[in-house]
Design a protein around this ligand. Sequence first.
Ligand code: M6R
Length: 601
Amino acid sequence: MCGIIGCAGHEGDTVPVLLNGLARLEYRGYDSTGLAVSNSDIHVVKREGELDELVETVESEIEVDGVAGVGHTRWSTHGKPSDANAHPHTDCENRVAVVHNGIIENYQSLRDDLRSLGHEFESNTDTEVIPHLVGHYLDAGSSPKAAFHRAVEKLEGSYAIAAVFESRKEVMATRQDSSLVLGVGDEATYVASDMTALIERTDSVIHLDDGEFAFLSPDGYTIIDEDGERQSKAQTTIEWDVEEITKGHHDHYMIKEIYEQSAALRECLRNRSTTDRLISLDTFDDYHSVDRVHLVACGTSYHAALFGAQMLRERGVSAQAFLASEYAMTPAPVQDGTLVVGVTQSGETADTLAALRAADERGARTLALTNVVGSSAARECDEALYIRSGPEISVAATKTFASQLVTLTLFALHSSSTESNHETRRLVSALDELPGQIQRLFDTTTAGEIASRLADGSGYFFIGRGLQYPVALEGALKMKEITYEHAEGFAAGELKHGPLALVTDETPVFVSAVGDNETVRKTVANAEEVKARGAPLVAITDGTSSIERLADEVLRVPSTSRELAPVLVNVQYQLLAYHTARHLGRKIDKPRNLAKSVTVE
Ligand code: M6R
């Protein structure tokens, strides 16, 4: 949920590295920020609010400098956003400053114990027990490294932690169930919650594993495991470009990432089907002995999982999508031949990781369907299949959803047949055309105008049937998360079983009706029911069904296969949400109360 960064470099450079890294990590949380640098003593600056507040304060405090430093951008769990609750936190004597992502589950008892020993706390956070524990062991005569190690041994919960000590040119870091990446530069070493914070400094990274400790200095690093054994870990090269993590000429990351969907899908499809239309899934080509598939995911990724499960079932594979937070608590029975697929863009979502771990404990084979190479999901699962979207910065998932749908389509085709057949050829041809169709949709869409005409709605409903149902849910999620307006998605046939009571002439209803088949005709009948209640009706269609005669507004998508139409419809929904949010003056890339990477359960 929070973003952390650390740097052991040289004076004059450490603070810019921290501030730049925090700008890249702000999507993980943005209610307060802070940094600490170490010289002969530790200098901490922290502010409630977004990074600009911190930058302004740092710029007015010219003495903030040092060789080693840590920074933090916060998404509150314990304690409201405030200067006092912002990280870094220090011990009573300001000898150590700590930043933390995760939750310390036993913080209350640790806090009580430390209080009884005379420690005074300044925040309501769980994190503050960490520097006080370190301070406690320093008082007992431990060296800083030993004190850090002993303090961490006391913690229960999830954490990625980085710390600096007074008079030391070193950053110490460790992790448990929370991501942490080391960056190796020429004259500095870095640590961060994810590699987007490091791309501008180095392309050489090392993924820390649970229980490992890293000690960073300007000349290099040492990694030890929980038993104190020195580890020599391979460095990997980041393949993402700096341009991919900047906004370019766009006003928001979200619109940039919406426009990147054609390129993302080309990359997703590259070398995954052969000229005779066979599917090849590089890292997951061995589908043998899979009898049933459980897809576990959250939010947007759950909507992709619903789509994937339906695609598999249509091809005769027993498949079901589960909300990861529920599956983790009560996993469905796993038998021989059950494959559990974690659909997760970031590969770091705590609920999804917990579901995958529950599946693993029951003996299931696990697969991470993810965007991030080296993420926790990719490393913990038996296998990983990458959606290849490139970095997604905006909190609202857009291009990664399209890449998930396409990867799941390939997966479903692959699972049902390794033979070239008519069905596979038909869908692969449609997949090949998809990136170009999205590009054409951008040239013709009127989503911006429709959004401004409907932006005063009192609620928004999205309906669809079959493979369009997950996209109705996703259209509503996108709308609510960035406009803060009420929006719900429904299976079109369910509307009359309750939700229709909410429909009025102030609630625009978006209906996807692409193609002209039995399912679409039933959807059109449901749209009639909405129309009869006076709701403004927006049809998303390729023009082949009879929906247009009912519609007050029409958004066209190119004609494609039934299976891939949801990808195109969803692009229109993304644009509608984006333009509505712009019209309402919302903060688009960093919506209220949310964070990109949800690393707490
Ligand atoms: O990284 P993940 O795909 O596991 O994230 C899951 C959800 O938190 C995520 O899809 C969230 O719903 C989106 N940011 C919404 O746009």
